[in-house]
Every structure is written in structure tokens, then in C-alpha cells.
Ligand binder design. Structure first.
Ligand code: UTP
Length: 290
């Protein structure tokens, strides 16, 4: 019997980040800062705010900075202590204390599905959350918590979705689903990047999932596609045929920070919200001859 509590999260962060080259040639895109905090720290903080304490990050070559970021930084901490920078010291120390971190290397970037399969031995027979390391959800209630609530009630996999304009469905995985209650759907199928004419809905899969261990068998059954990549969507399609799967329309604003435009939008919005910068940044933006 699979447990009712979600205590582990997998954060895939081993992708090559080709949409963000050249910045991602030697640096992880997940470490790009939104104002002054790396994207992946926002993602970890969302999981922690939802009560998750065990974080498994899937990394790869060139991603060492992620491990260093969530570790103690002895020299830096000594320096801040000696210089009496107490507030900053506390802030820096708190990062390593956010959760219990564990890292798995994905040797080749063979897709999101393959990245999740790399965590199989650490998950065992438990439900777990997946939060994409470059997707930001700015929400009052942590997006993954909104989905954990659905898992608690129904016990099956939950896929986070948001409505997108029909003209944009070709950029997303889209669910075919029947409404169950406001903001909740039963998923019968998923289609990757359909044309507006062929899309079964305008509900797009965002980078948040609650999965159960059955996903691992489904991922093993999945035939690798282009570049030997194993797609999570294909495994979810297999599962949707076998068991109940839910689509939760998540409240909040989603930014694809792994995309240049998405990153710029998130930077502006987060900058405007900052108590220490917001006012002067707003004044600056208003002064631009747009
Ligand atoms: P993306 O498709 O956004 O990441 O995957 P990518 O492959 O790095 O991006 P582009 O298209 O080349 O720019 C979503 C998340 O899944 C991770 C990525 O690091 C990202 O956080 N991922 C993707 C893996 O961990 N392994 C993979 O093989 C692919």
C-alpha cells in the first residue's frame, strides 16, 4: 500500500539548457538568478513550504554549482561573521538547512522521464513530488501543496495544469480530461504539443507532478524517442490508461524561467515585488521610452 504522505521531491536539473545558450555552456540554467536568488532555490523553497523535507536533485556534468549552493560555505560564512554581517550570514546559512539534499547524476541528458527514473532507488514504494528545476510558480499557497491536497483525497497521480490561450497550445503538453469539480479534472490522455485544431483542451501541463511508484514501470515501458530521450508525458499516457490520474488547475503565476522571455518576465515581476528594490525599479521602468 503506497503511503498517503508525500515527503520526498525530485527536482530534475540535468538538462542541457540549449534554449539559454551561451549562458548555459558552463553554468547550470537552474542557477541563473531571479534578482539575487537562483531559480532552483525558489523551487526548493516551494517544496519546503509544502512540508517536503527530502529533496533529490538530478544533476549532470557542469552542474556542480547546484550542490555547492545548498551546502555550507565555510570561507564565506567565516568572512561574513568576522565582518559582522549577521543578517546576510543567517540568510546564507539558512540555505543549507532548507532540507535534506541528495544528488543523483544523470549521465546523459536523455529526457525528463529518464531523469526521474534515475531517482527510482531513492524513492522506493512512496508517492513523490516532481518540480522542474527551471519552472517557477508564484502562488499564495505553494503550487505543489495545492496538488498534494488532491493526492491526499484521491490517492492517484496528480498533474499540475493551467489554462493557456488556444494559440499557444502547441508549446505545451495538453491534457484530455473530464471535469470533476472546480479546478479538478480526471485525465484520460495527454498530447504533446498539439496544433490548436487537434488540442483536446487548453489545459497545459506545467512543471509540477505528484507521482506514485507505478510511474517507474511505465517509464521503463516507454520507447525512447529522438536522441534516445524518455519522455515523462509518454509514461503518463501509459498510466492514464491503467489508473485514475488527476489534473489540478494550479492557482498562481507560472514562469518558464528556462526560456529567455520567461526568464525576463519573471525577473521584472520579482524585481518589482522586492521591498528593497521595487520602488526604484518601478520608477526606472516608467521612465523608459517604450
Ligand atoms: P527542459 O526541457 O526545460 O530542460 O526540462 P532542458 O532540456 O535543459 O532545456 P532546453 O530545451 O535544452 O533549453 C525541464 C527540466 O528537466 C530537466 C532540466 O534540467 C529542467 O530543469 N531535465 C531535462 C533533466 O534533468 N534531464 C534531461 O534529460 C532533460
Amino acid at each position: 500500500m503506497v503511503s498517503a504522505r508525500v515527503i520526498k521531491a525530485v527536482i530534475p536539473a540535468a538538462g542541457l539548457g540549449t534554449r539559454f545558450l551561451p549562458a548555459t555552456k558552463a553554468s547550470p540554467k537552474e542557477m541563473l538568478p531571479l534578482v539575487d536568488k537562483p531559480i532552483i532555490q525558489y523551487v526548493v523553497e516551494e517544496a519546503v513550504a509544502a512540508g517536503i523535507r527530502e529533496i533529490i536533485i538530478i544533476t549532470g556534468r557542469g552542474k556542480r554549482a547546484i550542490e555547492d549552493h545548498f551546502d555550507v560555505s565555510f570561507e564565506l560564512e567565516e568572512n561574513l561573521r568576522e565582518n559582522g554581517k549577521k543578517v546576510l550570514l543567517k540568510e546564507i546559512q539558512a540555505i543549507a538547512d532548507l532540507a535534506d539534499f541528495c544528488y543523483v547524476r544523470q549521465r546523459h541528458a536523455r529526457g525528463l522521464g529518464h531523469a526521474i527514473l534515475c531517482a527510482r532507488h531513492l524513492i522506493g514504494d512512496e508517492p513523490f513530488a516532481v518540480l522542474l528545476g527551471d519552472d517557477i510558480l508564484d502562488a499564495k499557497a505553494p503550487a505543489i501543496r495545492q496538488m498534494m491536497e488532491i493526492y491526499r483525497r484521491f490517492g492517484g497521480p496528480v498533474v499540475g495544469v493551467q489554462a493557456v490561450p488556444r494559440s499557444e497550445v502547441h508549446q505545451y503538453g495538453i491534457i484530455k480530461a473530464e471535469p470533476m469539480e472546480p479546478d479538478l479534472y480526471r485525465i484520460t490522455d495527454l498530447v504533446e504539443k498539439p496544433s490548436p485544431q487537434k488540442a483536446p483542451s487548453n489545459l497545459a501541463v506545467i512543471g509540477r507532478y505528484i507521482l506514485t511508484p507505478e510511474i517507474f514501470e511505465a517509464l521503463e515501458e516507454t520507447t525512447p524517442g529522438k536522441n534516445q530521450e524518455i519522455q515523462l508525458t509518454d509514461a503518463l499516457r501509459i498510466l492514464a490508461r491503467k489508473q485514475s490520474m488527476y489534473g489540478k488547475r494550479v492557482e498562481g503565476v507560472r514562469y518558464d524561467a528556462g526560456d529567455k522571455l520567461g526568464f525576463l518576465k519573471a525577473t521584472v515581476e520579482f524585481g518589482l515585488k522586492r521591498p528593497d528594490l521595487g520602488e526604484s525599479f518601478r520608477r526606472y521602468l516608467k521612465g523608459l521610452a517604450l
